[in-house]
Write a protein that binds this ligand. Structure first.
Ligand code: NAG
Length: 303
């Protein structure tokens, strides 16, 4: 009952969620291809659901419930107080506020899912948050404060200028154009496109070996998360905001800008999926060891 309600919610809001629906779903589908047997078993034990609900639905869940849990909105990003395009840099203690950011929540949710004394619901939600946040952390504008992560930079994409902003273009428009999708596609079309893109990215990464070198230290989650966030933040200077705000607002970003952005988006989605796969396997391995998670009481970070 509850799960079918959640599934139907996806249908209504799927066209407005961030990294876009397709980006998040692709990260989920790609990660799944890297799961070990232990990883598959762990994910199944927490996420098993009726109907045709799958890992890609788990990947978009945190955006769906964001509207009912306003406190979770700021868990989707970290606002680097830097100065792109001249200077990019992301620092945890400076940029992550006390009430939380994407990196502290990857830490929090990792601890919640590792602690098997927590309820099934808490651990299930923690895994869904992790799947979503590792995706978001690879969207460069989820690591940037300037113009509210680009939301305040109004521009055009393929002659659509009414509500376009730089953040949304990176979440959705580039992903859609890259996959030959129209601006407003149906839920099922987006889901199919994500499954297909996941397969393409997996083949390009040449399969299983790609995950071997990824950071998977689930006992010190901020190490992986900070490194991934800093890499994404670097892209804000090297490409996303490189032409400067004035240029970005005066030009249609569906042309030359899109051509340069498309391979960056594909690389970031590919990294996110590969890393998520490795991370989930490490979570499963850690739980299989049966060692209790370290409590994080009173301490935000362990640097
Ligand atoms: C950790 O996540 C839980 C569940 O989502 C939430 O209730 C709690 O406030 C979070 N803790 C911190 C320190 O953000």
């Amino acid at each position: 009952m509850r799960s079918s309600l959640v599934s139907s919610l996806f249908i209504f809001v799927s066209s407005v969620v961030a990294w876009g629906d397709v980006g998040h779903r692709t990260v989920g589908y790609l990660a799944e291809k890297y799961f070990s047997d232990e990883g598959k078993e762990f994910v199944h034990s927490l996420l098993a659901n009726e109907n045709d609900w799958d890992i890609s639905d788990a990947a978009t869940w945190a955006d769906v419930i964001k509207y009912h849990r306003p406190y979770s909105r700021e868990w989707h990003y970290i606002d680097a107080k830097d100065d792109p395009p001249h200077h990019c840099d992301l620092q945890l203690l400076r940029d992550c506020p006390q009430d939380g950011c994407i990196i502290s929540q990857i830490v929090n949710q990792t601890n919640l899912v590792l602690d098997t004394s927590n309820s099934h619901t808490t651990r299930r939600e923690a895994l869904m948050y992790i799947i979503h946040f590792i995706g978001d952390l690879h969207q460069p504008l989820h690591t940037e404060r300037m113009a509210r992560g680009g939301n305040g930079i109004h521009t055009c994409f393929d002659h659509r200028c009414s509500r376009e902003n730089l953040h949304g273009i990176w979440d959705t428009d580039i992903v859609h154009k890259l996959n030959g999708l129209r601006h407003s596609e149906k839920h099922d079309t987006l889901k199919d496109a994500a499954a297909k893109w996941g397969r393409v990215l997996f083949d390009q990464a040449q399969g299983q070996s790609a995950q071997a070198e990824e950071c998977n230290d689930v006992k010190e989650p901020e190490h992986c998360a900070l490194a991934w966030g800093q890499e994404a933040n670097g892209l804000v200077c090297s490409y996303v905001m490189k032409p400067g705000v004035e240029w970005l607002e005066k030009n249609d970003l569906g042309g030359e800008y899109f051509e340069g952005a498309a391979p960056i988006v594909a690389a970031q989605i590919s990294r996110a999926g590969t890393r998520l796969g490795a991370y989930v396997n490490a979570l499963a391995a850690e739980i299989a060891k049966g060692t209790p998670a370290i409590p994080v009481a009173g301490k935000r970070f362990d640097l």
